[in-house]
Design a protein around this ligand. Structure first.
Ligand SMILES: [Zn+2]
Length: 303
């Protein structure tokens, strides 16, 4: 990301598959523990997938985008109430940046944030490449403006022409984009002077990540970047922002979903949970491992 040429191999590829299907790109994908070579930059302290920026990678990325557009994540929808709880906390935490503001969200997915934010914001615009998620959102939230496609496609179609926002949010999205600085610069151009960007991501320098080593469950081919504290601060500065704050946050998941994830990671393949156990453990639990972080940046100049 910083252009330094001497990155080192951090973890060699594990259980790499040769083909992908639509399910791999679902947010609730159980494809943990399978990844390409992961490199580490000693300069910006970020981890990243090998081949990033090469023609081969761009080809794979386009293939991935095509698959992602077709995602129908019913597993996620089954668990969406726990996601509402997580986002309810986020909306309360960042109320001064959201209340009565014009909001843009990159990666709206099935509206877990939108559902909690909509009552208090002035306006909400969401960008989402999954066609299934977009039709779900359009039907459920008629007051919101939902745009289907990647940000590049939407700009090309002039759907954001003349629009500007007070706050832009990206929840667990920035590690999925191939050029995060370019994405942040693009978003910067849609922010009003002094506007705010809020994004959450995974932290490769967290104690939990360091303890888990190559078994850290967030290492997967869907995640192109693994940021460190220094890495995301540097990324903000290069895109016309200064960092206002960064904080760890806890998230809610249904207990059975968490058990299922842990078992699947341990066994290296998805585990089927009996229906009865699923019903018994369908209550939300709060998780805080310290390996996820929310960053708040303020626009200081045009990128
Ligand atoms: Zn670097």
């Amino acid at each position: 990301m910083c252009g330094f040429e001497h990155s080192t191999l951090l973890y060699p590829a594990k259980n790499k598959k040769t083909t992908s299907d639509v399910g791999d790109f679902a947010c609730s994908s159980f494809d943990h523990g399978k990844y390409s070579n992961i490199y580490y930059c000693p300069n910006c302290k970020n981890g990243f997938l090998e081949n990033i920026g090469t023609d081969k990678f761009e080809e794979q990325k386009l293939e991935g985008q095509k698959l992602y557009a077709e995602v129908e994540d019913h597993e996620y929808l089954k668990n969406i109430k726990a996601r509402y709880l997580t986002n309810n906390q986020l909306v309360k935490t960042f109320s001064s940046e959201l209340k009565d503001k014009d909001i843009l969200e990159l990666g709206a997915y099935y509206g877990a944030f939108l559902n909690e934010a909509l009552p208090s914001v002035k306006s909400y615009t969401g960008i989402e490449p999954s066609k299934h998620a977009v039709s779900y959102l359009k039907e459920k939230y008629q007051k919101a403006s939902i745009l289907n496609g990647t940000i590049e496609e939407i700009i090309e179609r002039n759907e954001l022409e003349g629009k500007s926002f007070d706050t832009i949010v990206l929840w667990d999205v920035i590690e999925h984009v191939s050029d995060p600085i370019a994405t942040l610069k693009t978003l910067n151009s849609f922010l009003r002077p002094g506007g705010t960007i809020i994004f959450s991501t995974i932290n490769i320098e967290s104690t939990f990540s360091l303890c888990m080593g190559p078994f850290w469950p967030w290492f997967m081919d869907m995640h192109y970047y693994y940021f460190s504290d220094r890495g995301y601060i540097d990324m903000l500065h290069r895109s016309g922002f200064i960092m206002k704050n960064h904080l760890h946050f806890s998230y809610f998941v249904h207990c059975y979903y968490f058990i299922n994830k842990v078992l699947s990671i341990l066994r290296g393949k998805p585990v089927a949970i009996p229906q009865k156990a699923e019903e018994m453990f369908k209550f939300p639990i709060k998780i805080k491992l310290g390996d996820t972080v929310t960053i708040i940046g303020k626009k200081v100049n045009n990128a």
